[in-house]
Structures are given as structure tokens and as C-alpha cells.
Ligand binder design. Structure first.
Ligand code: GRF
Length: 217
């Protein structure tokens, strides 16, 4: 059941918090040819749910605390996602580690944004860790989600300089400005069919997207 040519790509966005990346996608949805069918949060008080409702988008909460284990939560989450039949799942500040089954189910059609220049600084507290390391560059990366946490092929990175007087908050807000540029860009590429995951390799217009080497851990 394919889409009509040029019809908007159906997307489901998963969030846990503020949803500023969600907002960037809402604001540019028409331009980048997507339709956000639903926003799903694992937290009922996520501000992103209000952003979705304001934009007239369906919302749902699947609270991980209501499930005995990760597998049961992920099954319920996948059932809720699949109800909306998205062609792309966008993780936008979704703060749960996903099971391999979940990730494989959406392989090649799920993107995440991570607040570092991957493959550097996978995991949490990236801004403080960058400051502690004394790195002079920082940023954000959009990547395909694979079973390796924060380890899937990188699609696009947005860089910011680390300034002498930065703290974790000033750095985070500069990085977020980049996030709001690169995430809609990556989603636009996917929606137009230019971006694909082929045999574990991210390609843009059929060319492998170059992957940076790790400089920090
Ligand atoms: C972003 O910094 C993103 O990189 C990280 O979580 C944050 C989400 O922010 N994964 P928001 O909810 O989109 O405002």
C-alpha cells in the first residue's frame, strides 16, 4: 500500500519532554512534506503533548511504569505506533532505551537525534562531558536507530563551537538551535526518498553518507 506520488510522508513522533524538536517539525511539516499522524509520550506531563494538541495532532501516552518490563512496554508502544501506520518514526527526546525487537521492527524507518557529534559522546549528560573533556567543538547528530545505543549510521551533524564561558546550559541551548535545523533536514530527505538505510549503510541520493571517526568517548 504505497503513498500517492508527492503525498506527505506519514510520521509518528515519540517524545518524553519539552518537544522543541517536535515543534521544529510541526512548524516545517508542509514545507518538508510530512504529516504527523500522532505524538506519543511515555510521560503524561511532557510539554510536547500540549504542542501537539495545539497543532491539532493526535496524542497518546504509553506510561512505561504501567508495564512489568521493557519488552511489555515496547510491545504496547509498537502497537500504539503501528495503529497510525507511519512510514517514519521520529524519536525526539524520547528518553527510553528500546529493546532490540522494537528497533528491528522499525529498522530503516526510525530516526533519533542525539546531543553530540556522534560517534563522540554517546549516552547521557553530553554537554557537561564535553566541557569536562575540554573539546572545542560540540553539536548534535541525527542517526538511523539500530540495536547499538546511539550507534546507528549518522545522517547529518550540526556543529557549534564550545566557548570559553560556556556552561552546560548555554552549550545545550546553542546545540538545540542546531537540532532544530538538522532534524527537519534529515526528515525532509527521508520524506523525499533521498535518504535510505541500505544493508546498514545510510545513503543520500544513493551515495554512502561519510561517517566520522571517534575522537572522544
Ligand atoms: C534534545 O537535546 C535531544 O538531542 C535529546 O533530548 C532533547 C530533547 O529536547 N535526545 P526536546 O524535547 O526536543 O526539546
Amino acid at each position: 500500500m504505497g503513498r500517492l506520488p508527492n503525498s506527505p510522508l506519514p510520521v509518528v513522533v515519540l517524545i518524553s519532554g519539552s518537544g522543541s524538536n517536535l515543534q521544529a517539525l510541526i512548524d516545517r511539516a508542509t514545507e518538508i512534506n510530512i504529516t504527523i499522524r500522532a505524538v506519543i509520550s511515555n510521560k503524561a506531563d511532557a510539554y510536547g503533548l500540549a504542542r501537539a494538541q495545539e497543532a491539532g495532532i493526535a496524542t497518546a501516552v504509553v506510561d512505561h511504569r504501567q508495564f512489568p518490563d521493557r519488552a511489555a512496554f515496547d510491545q504496547a508502544l509498537a502497537a500504539e505506533v503501528d495503529r497510525h501506520q507511519p512510514e517514519l518514526v521520529v524519536l525526539a527526546g524520547f528518553m527510553r532505551i528500546l529493546t532490540e525487537d522494537f528497533v528491528i521492527h522499525y529498522l530503516g524507518r526510525m530516526l533519533n537525534i542525539h546531543p553530540s557529534l556522534l560517534p563522540d559522546f554517546q549516552g547521557l549528560n553530553t554537554h557537561q562531558r564535553v566541557l569536562d573533556t575540554g573539546a572545542d567543538q560540540h553539536g548534535a547528530s541525527v542517526h538511523f536507530v539500530t540495536p547499538e545505543l546511539d550507534g546507528g549510521p549518522v545522517v547529518i551533524r550540526g556543529e557549534v563551537p564550545v566557548l570559553a564561558d560556556d556552561d552546560a546550559d548555554t552549550l545545550a541551548s546553542r546545540v538545540q538551535e542546531q537540532e532544530h535545523i538538522i532534524y527537519p533536514q534529515a526528515v525532509a530527505w527521508f520524506a523525499s526518498g533521498r535518504l535510505r538505510l541500505n544493508n546498514g549503510i545510510a545513503t543520500l541520493d544513493g551515495q554512502q553518507i561519510p561517517q566520522a571517526k571517534a575522537r572522544h568517548t
